[in-house]
Design a protein around this ligand. Sequence first.
Ligand code: FEO
Length: 484
Amino acid sequence: MTILLKENIHWVGQRDWEVRDFHGTEYKTLKGTSYNSYLIREEKTVLIDTVDHRFSREFILNLASQIDLASIDYIVINHAEEDHAGALSELMARIPGTPIYCTANAIDSITGHHHQPLWNFIPVKTGDSLDIGNGKQLVFIETPMLHWPDSMMTYLSGDAVLFSNDAFGQHYCDEHLFNDEVDQQELMEQCLRYFANILTPFSPLVTAKINEVLGFNLPLSMIATAHGVVWRTDPAQIVGKYLEWADHYQENRITLFYDSMSNNTRMMADALAQGIHEADPSVAVKIFNVARHDKNEILTQVFRSKAILVGSSTMNNVMMPKIAGMLEEITGLRFRNKKAAAFGSYGWNGGAVDRIQTRLMDAGFTTSLSLKSKWRPDGSALEACRAHGRQLAREWALATPPGSSRVAAPAAAKPAAQTPVAPAGDVGPAMQCSVCQWVYQPELGEPLQGVAAGTPWSEVPDNFLCPECSLGKDVFDVLREKAA
Ligand code: FEO
């Protein structure tokens, strides 16, 4: 079964209605997904990506029903992850020697998964092209960390189709393939969920890469993703959304999430939300018990929020494990320009709230006063929660200046001064890669790239690359750390 994109391009992918877990169990695919593979037939026949390894046999059967597999001249693998390159072993067993065009990093990953180092890999870089006849070319564009180091996109000239792989995709399964054919609300919900949960940490790179691609001034008729729909009607709309979401996105929304041993912290959450609503009826307030709600939905709401409240009962003097897990995820997602505060009920001691507050600061949130309540909150304690909610609503109603520091302000309960790390000799602050966390220390420089010790960041050449993840200067932020 195939679906025609254009006269010369067929979708030959696989739908997966049933899948509910992705990346282990870290991403819940509530609407299923699809693994999109495309067959281009010009003078040369090209296969773009394959499908998840679990569907290898179906994929080969379907492909073989359409063409003689031996007629495939080139295979392009935009991303080595198993949901796209997984069927390579079955395919290459039938057409060994067929050239596989991918990035150097992809060769490493594909070889690591399929253990076939002798496959005919052709490494490509941004700007490399492949002539496929009839005056058309495939042009390759590396997109490292969107979302893996090996990722790339492939552009088909003449037809103006961008095969974008994971970028601009969504975990969404529908019998219809094109964006104008499906439920628009469902579609955009899944796009946002995908961005919030997978691409948020790489937002600076999303902006930089999209601007780089836009700089090529290429015409664009379709974006053919590797999951979900093909954008054929106004494909630029999803590009615009990505630029918007990557730019410190937030709405007038506050999200509370908590875990509660004896319902007491839940009572606090309820009263806090009431107070927020009393002081600022315009703000959307969303409340979740992490033990009962979909984690990815909570993270999506955090992404959409200007501020969050995180609550936990104290258990063994620490926070409850599901809250600790959420905070770890939130730290990894590297949200920016958001405010936060901790709350929770306790009995013998209130260690959870202090630990949450510290974790929120470490995660880059600007923290406000935290709130504890001993045992079950009574009427006056609940009124204190409502008053606290009102206070936070007023405080958070103030606009967040775009591009403001991601470093947390001191918490009222436990002030922790934050100062830029500036080594002696006034060579400016240390800089940290926002993607891999590698730190540039001016007093050490980076001799392997010819940057001498004592070179301030402002004098580091623009072509400097992070030694860990190979990304450019634009993903670095001033490193700040807690003063004693
Ligand atoms: Fe769809 Fe990164 O795999």
